[in-house]
Design a protein around this ligand. Structure first.
Ligand code: SAM
Length: 294
């Protein structure tokens, strides 16, 4: 194996074990393939790929002739065991998914777990990841963030889930399918409030890359008006609830809101509460939702 790739020093019963390389691949632009990823894929004994047919284009482009076998988390146990056996016997294995970083809303968790259980060295080869790319360009706070992956496909479950995180002060990151983007933005507007800032990052690194930030209700209108925004691959980066607003909520404000909520639906209580307290209506709305959850 070439010098730039760390050597495996683990041993078992005197025989040197192989290394499992977790290799990120581009999310659209092949020029984002890092040299160490190419070198690793060229030199390992076998590539475990989410979909061998899908990855064949990437492998051909970089003149990688290493045999590839299909691996996903629903592969039968036998396939995971076989890969672990090969690793224990000293062969190096590279894990790739269709695009981006394996294990990030992609297969690989089971194999990495099993490999680590067996004391096999697991080496990440970092590269493209859609959620990190979106966060890096969104201009929303990035000191603390939570990656939520894909939301539930059904509306009731989606709204229920959104409610559980409505009061999170961290920036929230979601993957979303193009045919659900409009419904999801509309649900976010109703659960998080129309004013919540959202950045939609679509087709990152590709020809039609679009990064647009706006209040979520306005973003939903924009997506409705332009059908092209309902195509391709999408990441949503959502601003967390303001910590300043949270800190401004005094005991007296809470008392006012509690009284209002006893008499009125949440929306109305938030609107009147905003007039009484001077706090933002959307913040009070989310506070009320979170209170109702408890
Ligand atoms: N493991 C991948 C990664 O590291 O980003 C994610 C795989 S997940 C199955 C696929 C989802 O990632 C897409 O539905 C979309 O939400 C997001 N995604 C992938 N590529 C993207 C791109 N080029 N632009 C925007 N979002 C992308």
């Amino acid at each position: 194996m070439a010098n730039s790739i760390p050597q495996n020093t683990d041993t078992q019963g005197g025989a040197e074990k192989g290394t499992l390389y977790v290799v990120a691949t581009p999310i659209g632009n092949l020029a984002d393939m890092v040299p160490r990823a190419i070198e690793t894929l060229q030199t390992v004994a076998v590539i475990a790929a989410e979909d061998t047919r899908h990855s064949s284009r990437l492998l051909a482009h970089f003149d990688i002739k290493t045999p590839a076998i299909a691996y996903h988390d629903h592969s039968d146990e036998q396939r995971t065991e076989n890969l672990v056996r090969r690793l224990l016997a000293g062969e190096d294995v590279a894990l790739i998914s269709d695009a981006g970083t394996p294990l990030v809303s992609d297969p690989g968790y089971r194999l990495v777990c099993k490999a680590r259980e067996q004391g096999i060295r697991v080496v990440p080869i970092p590269g493209a990841c859609a959620m990190i790319a979106a966060l890096s360009a969104a201009g929303l706070p990035s000191d603390r963030f939570a990656f939520e992956g894909f939301l539930p496909a059904k509306q009731v479950a989606r709204c229920a889930f959104l409610q559980t995180i409505a009061n999170d002060s961290r920036t929230l990151i979601f993957y979303e399918a193009p045919h659900r983007i409009l419904e999801t933005l509309q649900d976010m507007a109703s659960v998080f409030g129309a004013e919540r800032e959202v950045v939609m990052a679509r087709e990152l690194t590709k020809t039609f890359e679009t990064i647009k930030g706006d209040k979520v209700a306005a973003l939903a209108e924009w997506v409705t008006a332009d059908i092209n925004q309902q195509r391709g691959e999408i990441v949503l980066v959502v601003q967390g609830v303001s910590k300043i607003a949270m800190a401004e909520m005094t005991l007296e404000h809470e008392r006012v809101m509690t009284v209002l909520l006893d008499e009125l639906p949440v929306k109305q209580a938030a609107a009147i509460g905003a007039k009484i307290t001077g706090l933002k209506k959307n913040f009070l709305y989310q506070w009320a939702l979170a209170k109702n959850e408890k």
